[in-house]
Ligand binder design. Structure first.
Ligand code: ATP
Length: 634
């Protein structure tokens, strides 16, 4: 029951203080989350479970519960992942249940989810001896073991380990065990939901366990913000849980702050499509800085106290092994630095012509375990911010101060490590000239930044405005990152693959995915084949949280794949449901003439464009602005 008080949540827990957490308790919670569509309900189910673990077990158990709710085996940036192929899972299910491979494959074809197949297969199995119930911590340990298995006989070892757990599974345990192994829980729980649930659990925990402890919404909102802020600065559940339990939520910020070696969520910019918008934002006469906007890959470079360097992506993935060349150069750029976090863009570079190369060139560089000898695409780091220096976080300092420290403590080396080209100014005329220069110098345009503002971790801030040359004066200021919700079978030349797609955005207020357009343009035959293969793996039944309005698709997917789309403009739509109720009381907004640009595998679904952003983009179109100015409908 999601509305249980803390007292009852703990009294009703199916295990006692000090006993290991049963895996069944976690799976029951995940099952409840899967069966409910609302984010608030999911949050409560998770919070109830976490409350019991906090009260009855150790901090380590709490971290395991959080990790397993998100199918993590370590902090996200540590990159320990499970994504075991169907073959191995089918073999393990077959061996654990005595059902032939062929039958399991056939069930898989009709159900589309091996987790359910495993649960059903276990359900029909008669056991002579009942194995002891599984414990959450043991399953977590075994999953970590499975993730680390490598080498020649790794397939058999994995099958054995999975089988070992599967024989002891009861009910939905088999479903979630198999889904964990496959790398997808399919319960629609995001990082933000888990953080809210943790905050809720902590509020109850701090209230104590009396029957009449009163839960306050204001307090919950405050702790929710504190926990989320801490996570953005230091995305590590272990450090956060330890600090929460030891020092309390009100003191969390004093104990959890930016640390070299832990990637923070980067500050993001707002799109603008006209230079005049900059004036409106910064006010006439105020000084701001305009930096070149390089078209590469965000690189957060950390120098740890032990002298080692690490590079993290925009998505907090560890990219260190992609950049052995950058690692060897970085020591030459330091001037009195013992530890640091630099925000920068890694850009493909032609050492002969000494010129920046397009983003597409960078994508041809190997992603992992690069051997310095094999590097064909050179990169030059363009540093634009400094977030940490010699033991001190700088995020609260102004950009002016941060930049000064960056220039003082780091040395620019042509073609290797340079500072973003920047110009401080107060006049719009100067901006136009500088923009022309930026375009001539092969960049995407400008990033215009308020000089006196702090670094807003993880925020899409109005202190940073992006001015992209491709979007200046056009209908929309930026491309849109959408989720692939469904697809249509291809016809003619495209038959055998999907030929068109149904795309959507997430609306956090209504806790649903809303459709924003159909797409068939911009995809090559090669792309179609590749995406068809990859989407096949995330095929699912139509989700209860998909708001389809007047469109349907032939097949639906888990909302996981993010595509960047360019469109001519945005308009009110009689069939699509994105941002329904915002621009029009009953209609949504759709993208007109959408065109595929590229997959954004550096973005998680949560980082894709939101329904609110779609509404903002719709509203900022000249035709809408002008109509509003004339007193017409927006
Ligand atoms: P976003 O990061 O805003 O979600 P996106 O990933 O689609 O959008 P863009 O809209 O192209 O990327 O622009 C933002 C990105 O530009 C930053 O994340 C960063 O990687 C890059 N960038 C290049 N030059 C700069 C700069 N001078 N200052 C800040 N970011 C820059």
């Amino acid at each position: 029951n999601p509305t249980l008080s803390n007292y009852h949540a703990i009294k009703n827990a199916c295990w006692k203080e000090g006993q290991p957490v049963p895996y069944a308790a976690l799976c029951q919670t995940l099952k409840c989350c899967e069966e409910t569509s609302g984010r608030l309900n999911k949050t409560e189910y998770l919070a109830n479970f976490y409350r019991s673990v906090i009260a009855l077990n150790t901090a380590e158990d709490v971290v395991t519960a959080l990790h397993l709710s998100l199918n993590l085996l370590a902090a996200t940036y540590e990159g320990v992942e499970l994504g075991i192929g169907d073959m191995v899972l089918i073999k393990a299910i077959s061996q654990a249940t005595g059902r032939p491979n062929q039958k399991i494959k056939a069930d898989m074809q009709s159900l589309g989810d091996l987790g359910e197949v495993a649960e059903n297969s276990k359900g029909s199995q008669k056991l002579m001896f009942k194995p002891p119930p599984l414990k959450m911590q043991k399953v977590y340990g075994q999953l970590q073991k499975i993730a680390k298995v490598s080498g020649q006989s790794s397939m058999n070892t994995k099958v054995d380990l999975i089988k070992g757990l599967l024989v002891a599974c009861v009910g939905s345990e088999a479903r979630f065990l198999i889904r964990s192994c496959a790398g997808k829980l399919r319960i629609g729980v995001s990082e933000a939901t888990v953080l809210s649930a943790l905050a809720r659990a902590i509020v109850f925990h701090e209230l104590g366990e009396t029957k009449n402890s009163k839960f306050s919404k204001e307090r919950y909102d405050r702790v929710d913000a504190i926990v989320k802020e801490a996570y953005c600065e230091l995305p590590n559940y272990k450090i956060i849980v330890d600090a929460l339990l030891e020092h309390g939520s009100d003191n969390l910020a004093d104990h959890v702050s930016l640390q070299p070696g832990v990637p923070l969520k980067p500050m993001l910019a707002h799109p603008t499509k006209a230079i005049t918008e900059i004036l409106t934002r910064f006010g006439a006469g105020a000084e701001f800085t305009a930096e070149y906007k390089y078209d590469g890959e965000r690189a957060q470079i950390h120098l740890l106290e032990d002298g080692s360097f690490r590079v993290y992506s925009r998505n907090q993935e560890d990219n260190t092994s992609k950049y052995p060349d950058v690692m060897t150069r970085m020591p030459n750029c330091l001037q009195d630095v013992t530890s640091a976090v630099i925000d920068s863009e890694s850009v493909a570079w032609d050492p002969e012509t000494k010129q920046i190369l397009p983003f597409q060139v960078l994508t041809t560089r190997k992603r992992k375990d690069v051997d310095a000898k094999d590097i064909k695409v050179q990169v030059c780091i363009h540093a634009f911010d400094l977030l940490y220096l010699n033991g001190e976080s700088l995020v609260k300092k102004s950009l002016r101060e941060r930049r000064e420290l960056l220039h003082k403590h780091f040395k620019s080396i042509e073609g290797e490590f340079v500072f973003a080209t920047a110009k401080d100014m107060c006049e719009i005329d100067e901006l136009q000239v500088f923009l022309d220069q930026a375009v001539k110098d092969s960049t995407e345009g400008l990033m215009v930044k308020a000089l006196e503002d702090s670094y807003e971790i993880s925020k899409r801030s109005h202190s940073w405005l992006k001015l992209k040359k491709d979007y200046l004066g056009s209908g929309v200021a930026d491309s849109v990152d959408v989720l692939v919700m469904g697809a249509y079978y291809g016809k003619g030349k495209r038959s055998g693959n999907y030929g068109g797609f149904l795309l959507g955005v997430y609306d956090a207020d209504n806790e649903e995915y809303q459709t924003v357009c159909k797409l068939g343009t911009g995809l090559t035959d090669e792309n179609l084949k590749l995406f068809t293969e990859r989407l096949e793996k995330i095929k699912s039944e139509k989700k209860s949280y998909y708001r389809l309005g007047g469109v349907t698709a032939d097949v639906y997917f888990e909302p996981e794949m993010v595509w960047e789309i360019k469109c001519a403009d945005l308009s009110i739509s009689p069939v699509h449901t994105a941002a329904t109720g915002l621009a029009d009381p009953s209609k949504g907004i759709s993208l007109r003439f959408p065109r595929f640009i590229r997959e954004r595998d550096d973005k998680s679904p949560e980082m894709a464009t939101s329904a609110d952003q779609i509404f903002e983009m719709y509203n900022s179109q000249d035709v809408i602005q002008n109509s509003a100015a004339r007193g017409g409908p927006k």
